[in-house]
Design a protein around this ligand. Structure first.
Ligand code: IMP
Ligand code: MG
Length: 188
């Protein structure tokens, strides 16, 4: 997609591919230092938003890594902190007694990750931490923060590098904010 097309679609560049690459490498190094060199960690990517971030991040993690994925759908109205999260696809690895790291594109209200973390803990895992590329702190509705994050953004709807709007833009190598989206659109 050319630059004119992007501005026509109301996409404003937030972070370049190079900004992202630098950040992802730093995150990988930080994560590698926090886990045991022998037992390693089970990385659980949340589909679909994680796919690009996880693929790049995994290359910079140098402790033994088991990779799995889950697919979640959040329901319930946006006013209740205890909204239910439906697990469409659960992890397949037996993670009992293991350290687990949830990897996702963005933490927004925090509801999805809070619920999925509870779900993983109930399986008897040793620990659960969360790594998101983006932390949209302003919109948090439950008490949770990512243990690792790449960028903290104030607000706005972000697309690119795995993040979508109506399933589009996931393939863009950079991160953009959608300037045409109103607050109502974002509270989808
Ligand atoms: P949460 O439960 O509100 O934290 O939902 C997190 C999920 O909402 C992410 O995994 C994304 O799929 C989606 N999401 C939240 N904010 C954005 C955004 O700015 N762009 C794209 N997806 C978003
Ligand atoms: Mg997602």
């Amino acid at each position: 997609m050319g630059i004119l097309y992007k501005s026509f679609m109301g996409l404003r560049l937030l972070f370049s591919a190079q900004d992202i690459a630098i950040k992802v490498r730093q995150l990988g190094e930080e994560i590698s230092l926090s886990y045991n060199r022998d037992s390693g960690v089970v990385a659980v990517g949340i589909l679909k938003g994680c796919f690009m971030f996880m693929a790049d991040l995994a290359r910079h993690i140098d402790v033994p890594l088991e990779i799995d994925f889950a697919r979640l759908a959040s329901y319930g109205d946006s006013d209740t902190p205890e909204s239910e999260v439906r697990i469409i696809k659960d992890i397949e690895i037996d993670a009992r007694g293991k350290d687990v790291l949830i990897i996702d594109d963005i933490m927004d209200t925090g509801k999805t990750h809070a619920a999925f973390k509870r779900h993983l803990m109930s399986k008897g895992v040793k620990s659960v931490k969360i790594c998101t590329l983006i932390d949209k702190l302003q919109r948090r509705q439950v008490q949770i923060t990512p243990d690792y994050f790449g960028f903290r953004v104030e607000d706005g709807f972000i697309v690119g590098y795995g993040l979508d709007h109506a399933e589009r833009y996931r393939n863009l190598p950079e991160l953009y904010v959608m300037e045409t989206l109103s607050r109502e659109d974002e509270d989808r």
